[in-house]
Each structure stands twice: as structure tokens, then as C-alpha cells.
Design a protein around this ligand. Structure first.
Ligand SMILES: [Zn+2]
Length: 50
């Protein structure tokens, strides 16, 4: 996924027991959480503006 304010792509991670991906913006340290998509890896392509 990509954080627009930092202009960087960040690898997201997910705990095996969690239904959410977690990611932290490297510039403003904002955390975002989003559900795993039905397509699986498609969820990694999100852009986040924060
Ligand atoms: Zn940010």
C-alpha cells in the first residue's frame, strides 16, 4: 500500500489471528487499519492519504 503524504510504498502486515492489515505512515506516524479483501492480495494496493 502507498502513503501519499510520505510518497512511499509500505509493506503491510497482518497477524494470523487478525482480520485486519495494519500499516503506519513513516512521515506522520498515522496508523491505518483495513480489512482483508476477499481477493486477498488486492488489499495491498490501496493508497492512503493521511
Ligand atoms: Zn502520513
Amino acid at each position: 500500500m502507498r502513503f501519499l503524504c510520505a510518497g512511499q510504498y509500505i509493506r503491510v502486515y497482518r497477524r494470523p489471528e487478525s482480520p485486519f492489515y495494519l500499516a503506519r505512515c513513516p512521515k506522520c506516524a498515522k496508523c491505518v487499519r483495513f480489512r482483508v479483501g476477499k481477493g486477498g492480495s488486492d488489499a495491498r494496493m490501496f493508497d492512503v492519504s493521511c
